[in-house]
Design a protein. Structure first.
Length: 209
């Protein structure tokens, strides 16, 4: 892979990472509820899911999602259902202001946010199909593919770390300015509606698109 090819992918990766989607919504919802330091754990899960998607594409299993309507639909409906479930939970979240300073709040568990972020990405076949369509455009078949996949995955992970950090920070800063239960209630409902909308859009996605 030439430097110019990598540079082109690097530019594309920023657009991919910052494009609004379930990952961005999840990062903002976590930032709203937990603040940046705690909410950023969701990004770790999103990156795990992204790496799993890359692995699926790298070993060729991604092709199954484009050729098998049954396999695609199973993953699609699981992902859509999970997003709608997250939306319903967010919609019903307590409207009390959230304290972002470190404390002994046992309700917070980093592993829960990591698992949620991971599930959001791996149950999104649209993302896998997208990677399957985009990544091969930047591969040089005359060179070792494994190293190229590693470079591309690392690049996308880096831009995702930055993008999700921006989304989490944005929500966390908004959170610091809001102390009215009414405002936070509507923010939670807004994020819940976005999750549900994302699940609905995913449910309407066809493997032929």
């Amino acid at each position: 892979m030439s430097f110019s090819t990598w540079l082109a992918f690097f530019a594309a990766a920023w657009a991919i990472s910052f494009s609004p989607g379930p990952g961005a919504i999840s990062a903002m919802a976590s930032g709203l509820k937990y603040g940046f330091k705690r909410g950023y754990w969701t990004t770790a899960g999103l990156l795990m899911g992204l790496l799993i998607q890359f692995l699926v594409v790298a070993v060729g299993l991604g092709a199954l999602l484009t050729t098998s309507e049954t396999a695609f639909n199973i993953i699609k409906w699981l992902g859509a259902g999970y997003l709608i479930y997250l939306g319903w939970k967010q919609f019903r979240t307590d409207a009390a202001p959230v304290t972002v300073q470190a404390n002994n709040n046992t309700a917070f568990r980093a592993r829960d946010l990591i698992l949620r972020g991971c599930l959001i990405n791996i149950t999104n076949p649209k993302g896998t199909v997208f990677l399957l369509a985009v990544v091969p455009q930047f591969l040089d078949p005359t060179q070792a593919l494994t190293l190229q996949y590693v470079i591309l995955a690392a690049t996308l992970c880096f831009t995702d770390l930055v993008a999700m950090g921006c989304y989490t920070t944005l929500a966390a800063r908004i959170l610091k300015l809001l102390r009215s239960p009414r405002h936070i209630r509507w923010l939670n409902r807004g994020f819940g509606a976005m999750f549900i909308l994302a699940g609905t859009v995913l449910a309407s996605f066809s493997h032929n698109k």
